[in-house]
Design a protein around this ligand. Structure first.
Ligand SMILES: *[C@@H]1O[C@H](CO)[C@@H](O)[C@H](O)[C@H]1NC(C)=O
Ligand SMILES: *[C@@H]1O[C@H](CO)[C@@H](O)[C@H](O)[C@H]1NC(C)=O
Ligand SMILES: *[C@@H]1O[C@H](CO)[C@@H](O)[C@H](O)[C@H]1NC(C)=O
Ligand SMILES: *[C@@H]1O[C@H](CO)[C@@H](O)[C@H](O)[C@H]1NC(C)=O
Ligand SMILES: *[C@@H]1O[C@H](CO)[C@@H](O)[C@H](O)[C@H]1NC(C)=O
Ligand SMILES: *[C@@H]1O[C@H](CO)[C@@H](O)[C@H](O)[C@H]1NC(C)=O
Ligand SMILES: *[C@@H]1O[C@H](CO)[C@@H](O)[C@H](O)[C@H]1NC(C)=O
Ligand SMILES: *[C@@H]1O[C@H](CO)[C@@H](O)[C@H](O)[C@H]1NC(C)=O
Ligand SMILES: CC(=O)N[C@H]1CO[C@H](CO)[C@@H](O)[C@@H]1O
Length: 893
């Protein structure tokens, strides 16, 4: 405080006065009342949503009753805990709070504090727990972290903390919970973890830039219950010392670079383990002998009462185990047999290894099992009949093994079963009738030796969406009942099926694969069902005399008439089924039926947009159109839908793709766009020989910016694009960009839009970081996405692509790291472009960084972007890239 007032005033006299003055106020501050301390803390905080409204000296509420505050139960109550989690707060964290002498817990998690680690909180003498998780904390962990020597709980997870963990961290000996998960820590971990003898939870997960062996001294921590080190660049072996972790319940070492075998006695020493995950590493060798060993456990599950106390120690292994995940490694040898019958086991994943062994019948006693995935191994034996008694099982996938024998009739008895994959095995016999699994979504039995007919009962499963029965020896007709399903995939290729293909399976609504069944007939197939009659006639002609000609002709006529009637009736049925609404804003000579028939796998192009594939269709006039099929969630009335699409279709701007028309039914909406021959910028960027001059790239950037600015400002109503990315930027023959897939939220509805986006691109690097906090879409979010595209143009890299040296998938982080490590832009600019364009590229890079600022309010508007891009082309004054963390301290570098 004193030094704060002692600025370098020239006049000593005033300094002296100030000095005396500040000595006077120190004792005053020390005795400040708790409400005043809290108000002073509040005064530097931004609280846009007014969550702290109750913090006020004008109300009569006692400060212990203010939002987020907990006090002691004394007659003079005093603040012990401050919980301001998820209040949307930002601004400055003032040290004033440390004057609350009894404050032991401070939780500021899930806010927007944007600053380095607040070391001044180490002045809070009683503080035991500090939670700053999910903020925008940046910078390194300073040596002075040791000042927090009283802390027991430190949670700095989900921030942007970078750099090495300093040795001095080891001085925080009282720590019980360490959580630095989801940050940007780098380098090797210091050997200080043995210091934390009280540690219960250790989380260093999701620090992809760490490069460290697992500190073996963690194994000395007898109280440790949870270890989370997943996806953090750990290499080397699984430490032997972990065998000493007798309290351990959760161990997650997945998605690292661990090698070698697991220690031999692993099972025996992890008796309390609930969750074991070493998936996606490079571990190898046989699984430790006897982990969750089979025989003893079977007898245990039957005779627990008699055996207690007498059993060898190893029997207690794994009894608490619920989740076992060893997938994506190089393990070999027999799969630990005892796992299949553990009393609490919920999840077993061992796919993509070289395990052998059988799934035992005793699996029927593992009644908590929900999920089994053992695809791509060498399992043998048959599918246990007991599977049907597991009432919680919702996924059983064992494709790509050597399972043989028949599929037991009970295989789909679990009432929650939703995914079954037994493709690529040696299964034989018929497909049993299925009735009980009303939640089955996906059934894959491809590439086995199944015979007999496709069960009609499949048509009664209300949510079956993927059905793959290809590469078997199935015979008979395709059941008409399958038309009742809303299939997305229907594959029966390479069987021995015969007869007419049910009409709705042919019309292109599901992706149908029918080839390799010479006996099938129907429109679009090599055999049309009408021809059957003709062949028949010829055959009879050669065999019989002329006397029968007239009879044969008559028969053929009857058959033709019958077939025509049938088609007519079905077509009628079909048109009754779906009511079509269509509006063309352009003279398109295509009927709705032709349009729907043309939407199939053959016409699908490109990497597929987020909201559905695009199909390129040739009109009879040989013009091409692009059609996008969206799912109609049915929330919008047809009238509303028409209105919305008309609104979008009226947009006329040279950088925005034209909408030519649309059709809709109950299930689907087809939007017809103009066709652009060059495809999307994203496809070109990702192509094998991407080459593009800088002036072309700059023109694309300017065009896209014009298109977005038009949507944001000039078009009425103002629109947001909401899905700007390079695959939504199409190029015409002259490389003039046109943006597509704009404002689809207005068509599918906001809720569907959000959920589709979240499902199809959960961590897309085009999505602005504030989308996590703020569900309401803003112009700034579009600007962020545009900035990502601009960075793609400058670097020549695809936004989400890993390069060989780094794991970073996010181009924004990649660019910032490169610039700060190399202290300049040279390593970021696309080397394929000649040095003469460098200055303009640096300018565009700067703009891209500006647009992708973490703080939305720091981003320029699209209009400003256009100006900046246009002046780039004209000025070539020397600019130097200056970008430090203080310019935009929101993002780590
Ligand atoms: C309430 O606090 C504000 C500043 O925090 C101060 O200006 C005001 O005088 C205080 N009012 C009362 C009644 O204490
Ligand atoms: C907080 O409010 C409750 C009722 O709302 C009251 O009973 C209690 O005495 C208040 N606590 C303090 C410390 O004023
Ligand atoms: C968070 O604050 C922003 C403004 O900074 C506001 O738009 C948003 O609605 C707030 N969110 C919540 C959950 O209050
Ligand atoms: C810190 O707050 C986050 C966010 O609510 C919470 O998930 C986490 O459990 C808290 N950390 C600790 C150690 O309690
Ligand atoms: C704790 O770790 C530090 C290194 O940071 C070391 O100097 C110190 O000796 C260790 N203390 C104990 C008790 O192990
Ligand atoms: C994993 O380790 C191997 C060699 O031990 C190394 O070549 C490779 O780069 C590492 N991969 C990652 C992602 O760290
Ligand atoms: C199958 O597992 C092996 C490892 O055993 C792996 O190399 C291979 O890529 C996997 N195949 C598929 C299709 O995932
Ligand atoms: C299945 O069909 C193939 C070829 O048509 C044949 O070679 C094979 O023996 C058949 N298998 C069974 C089990 O019928
Ligand atoms: C209830 C409680 O712990 N009160 C303490 C708060 O802090 C003051 C000053 O350190 C102590 O004197 C109280 O005992």
């Amino acid at each position: 405080m004193a030094t704060f007032f002692c600025t370098t005033t020239i006049n000593y006299y005033y300094s002296f006065i100030f000095l005396i003055f500040s000595f006077l106020i120190i004792p005053f501050i020390n005795t400040t009342s708790e409400p005043d301390i809290l108000l002073s803390f509040k005064s530097t905080i931004k609280d846009p949503s007014n969550f702290l409204a109750s913090w006020s000296n004008t109300t009569l509420t006692h400060h212990c009753n203010w939002t987020g505050i907990t006090c002691t139960n004394h007659n003079t109550p005093s603040v012990t805990s401050l919980n301001l989690q998820s209040f949307n707060l930002s601004g400055e964290l003032s040290p004033a709070i440390c004057q609350l002498f009894n404050l032991s817990s401070l939780n500021l998690a899930d806010n927007l504090f944007n600053q380095p680690i607040p070391l001044h909180f180490s002045e809070c003498d009683s503080l035991v727990s500090l939670n700053l998780s999910s903020n925008l904390i940046w910078g390194t962990i300073p040596e002075q972290i040791s000042q927090f020597s009283a802390l027991e709980v430190i949670d700095f997870s989900i921030n942007h903390i970078e750099g090495k963990v300093p040795e001095s961290f080891g001085l925080l000996k009282h720590l019980k919970v360490i959580n630095f998960g989801n940050n940007l820590l780098t380098g090797n971990l210091p050997r200080v973890f043995g210091n934390f003898t009280n540690l219960v939870v250790l989380d260093l997960s999701e620090n992809q830039f760490l490069e460290s062996e697992i500190p073996s001294d963690i194994g000395n921590l007898g109280k440790l219950e949870q270890i989370f080190l997943q996806n953090s660049g750990f290499f080397g072996v699984f430490p032997d010392t972990f065998l000493g972790l007798s309290s351990l319940k959760v161990l997650d070492l997945s998605q690292n670079n661990l090698t070698g075998e697991l220690p031999k006695n692993l099972g025996a020493s992890l008796g309390n383990l609930v969750s074991f995950d070493v998936s996606s590493n490079k571990l190898s060798g046989p699984f430790p002998n006897g982990i969750c060993s089979g025989k003893t456990l079977i007898s245990l599950s039957l005779h627990t009462n008699y055996f207690t106390g007498l059993l060898p120690e190893s029997v207690n292994q794994c009894l608490n185990l619920e989740r076992f995940q060893v997938q994506n490694n190089g393990f070999s040898g027999d799969f630990p047999n005892g796992l299949w019958s553990l009393p609490k086991i919920i999840l077993i994943r061992g796919e993509n290894n070289r395990f052998s062994g059988e799934i035992p019948e005793i699996i029927s006693t593992a009644f908590k099992l929900e999920q089994i995935q053992i695809d791509n191994n060498s399992f043998t034996g048959s599918i246990p009949k007991g599977l049907g008694s597991l009432k919680s099982l919702y996924r059983f996938s064992a494709s790509n093994n050597r399972l043989f024998g028949g599929i037991p009739p009970s295989f789909c008895d679990s009432p929650v079963m939703s995914i079954i994959n037994l493709s690529h095995n040696l299964l034989s016999g018929k497909i049993p009738e299925v009735k009980k699994c009303r939640k089955l979504v996906s059934l894959a039995l491809a590439d086995n030796s199944l015979v007999g007919e496709i069960p009609h009962s499949l048509g009664e499963l209300p949510v079956l969406t993927y059905l793959d029965l290809s590469d078997n020896n199935l015979t008979g007709l395709i059941p008409d009942e399958l038309q009742n399903l809303k299939l997305a995939l229907f594959n029966v290729s390479y069987n021995g099926l015969t007869g007419r293909v049910p009409f709705l399976l042919l019309t292109g609504l599901p992706a149908s694969f029918l080839q390799g069944n010479p006996g099938l007939c129907g429109p679009g197939l090599p055999n049309s069902c009408l021809d059957e009659g003709k062949q028949h006639r010829h055959a009879s002609l050669t065999k019989t005399g002329y006397a029968f000609i007239s009879i044969a002709l008559a028969v053929a006529m009857v058959m033709v008439v019958y077939a025509l009637l049938l088609i007519h009736r079905r077509a009628k049925k079909r048109s009754e089924m779906g009511v079509w609404h269509s509006v063309f804003f352009y003279p398109l000579r295509i009927s709705e039926q032709d349009l729907v028939m043309a939407i199939n796998e053959k016409t699908a192009v490109g990497s597929g947009g987020t909201f559905g594939k695009v199909h390129i269709i040739s009109l009879p006039s040989s013009e091409l159109i692009a059609v996008k099929k969206l799912v109609n969630s049915g929330n919008q009335s047809t009238k509303y839908l028409k209105g919305e699409i008309k609104t979008l279709a009226k947009i006329r701007h040279k950088n925005i793709v034209k909408i030519l028309g649309f059709c809709s039914t109950e299930d689907s909406i087809f939007i017809i766009y103009e066709y652009l021959p060059k495809g999307s910028l994203g496809d070109i960027l990702g192509g094998p020989n991407f080459q593009m001059q800088w002036n072309v790239r700059l023109r694309i950037a300017i065009g896209v910016a014009h298109g977005l600015a038009y949507l944001h400002n000039d078009y009425s109503p103002n629109l947001l694009h909401r899905d700007v990315k390079s695959t939504n930027i199409l190029l015409d023959a002259d490389f003039e960009p046109k943006i597509t897939d704009f404002a689809l939220d207005r068509i599918v509805g906001d809720a569907s839009f959000q959920s589709i986006l979240a499902f199809e691109s959960p961590s897309s690097c085009y999505v602005a970081p504030e989308c996590k906090y703020n569900k309401k879409a803003t112009e700034e979010m579009d600007v962020y996405s545009f900035g990502v595209v601009l960075l793609e143009l400058v670097t020549g890299r695809q936004a989400g692509l890993a390069d060989s040296e780094e794991l970073s998938l996010d181009i924004v982080k990649w660019v910032r790291r490169k610039i700060n490590i190399a202290n300049g832009s040279d390593h970021v600019l696309d080397p394929r472009i000649s040095a003469s364009s460098k200055q303009e590229m640096v300018g565009a890079l700067e703009l891209g960084i500006h647009c992708t600022s973490v703080m939305p309010e720091k981003r320029p508007s699209m209009t400003e972007v256009i100006k900046a891009l246009q002046t780039l082309g004209s000025t070539s004054s020397s600019r130097r890239l200056q970008f430090t963390s203080s310019d935009d301290n929101s993002l780590p570098v």
